[in-house]
Design a protein around this ligand. Structure first.
Ligand SMILES: O=c1ccn([C@@H]2O[C@H](COP(=O)(O)O)[C@@H](O)[C@H]2O)c(=O)[nH]1
Length: 230
């Protein structure tokens, strides 16, 4: 079975809070995620400082015309994130532009992760955006598009890990938010599963935020989830 690691989402309003979480969870996490809340508040300093604890997954979910996304990747790459997200729904030319911009910097380049269908959307919410056929079908469509356009990996929900492995094989790196330990609140996540299930299905990374950061002891919560991955 492939090894599945823990990425902790540091969704904090300021760097002091994020750094205290990072210190507590780093022994149990292989990646730390800087997302829109922290990056909007603290900018590049957030990436540089969190990278002192663990490699950073910079989850900014870029979605714009190819030229603009390429420029954003060129601006973000020198911060040194291991991964940067773009929305696969931005189209093949946009994903390809992101990959080329990441390569243009030379040295160790950020890897491009394509977000398929947000884990907060259930079938009805997705249909309301005009996409018929359900999340699995749309995730597979976007996964094929993004990988053909040069993405290094995909963000999907726990429910699509097995279907992606069956359809696309072992190559795509699969990064999976929407993971909830048994008994945890789903919060605003619609397509969820437990860490054990997601690891069994073939994910490379699970992304967990609130079940860890809002726990009384974030370090202990991270340790328990990492242990569940086997
Ligand atoms: O489809 C997606 C893409 C990204 N995310 C991000 O993952 C974390 C999940 O946090 P929880 O507190 O464990 O719900 C969060 O930073 C999201 O921006 C996602 O949930 N779904």
């Amino acid at each position: 079975m492939r090894r599945c690691g823990l990425c902790v989402a540091l969704d904090a309003p300021d760097l002091a809070t994020a750094e205290s979480w990072a210190g507590a969870v780093a022994p149990h996490a292989g990646l730390l995620k800087v997302g829109l809340e922290l990056f909007s508040a603290e900018g590049g300093a957030a990436v540089r400082r969190i990278a002192a604890h663990r490699p950073v997954f910079l989850d900014v979910k870029l979605h714009d015309i190819p030229n603009t996304v390429a420029g954003a990747i060129r601006s973000l790459a020198p911060l040194g994130p291991a991964w940067i997200t773009v929305h696969a729904a931005g189209g093949a030319a946009m994903v390809e532009a992101a990959r080329k911009a990441a390569e243009a910097g030379g040295g160790v380049r950020p890897r491009i992760l394509a977000v398929t269908v947000l884990t907060s959307l259930d079938a009805a919410a997705l249909a309301a955006t005009g996409v018929a056929g359900g999340p699995v079908q749309q995730v597979l469509r976007l996964a094929r598009l993004a990988m053909a356009a040069g993405a290094d990996g995909l963000v999907c929900s726990p429910r699509e890990v097995r279907p992606i492995r069956d359809a696309l094989g072992e190559l795509p790196v699969l990064v999976v938010p929407g993971v909830r330990p048994a008994g945890s609140a789903a919060d605003d996540q619609a397509r969820t599963a437990t860490p054990e299930q997601v690891a069994r299905d073939g994910a490379d990374w699970i992304v967990v935020g609130r079940p860890i950061t809002q726990a009384a002891d974030p370090g202990a919560a991270a340790r328990a989830i990492a242990a569940a991955l086997g």
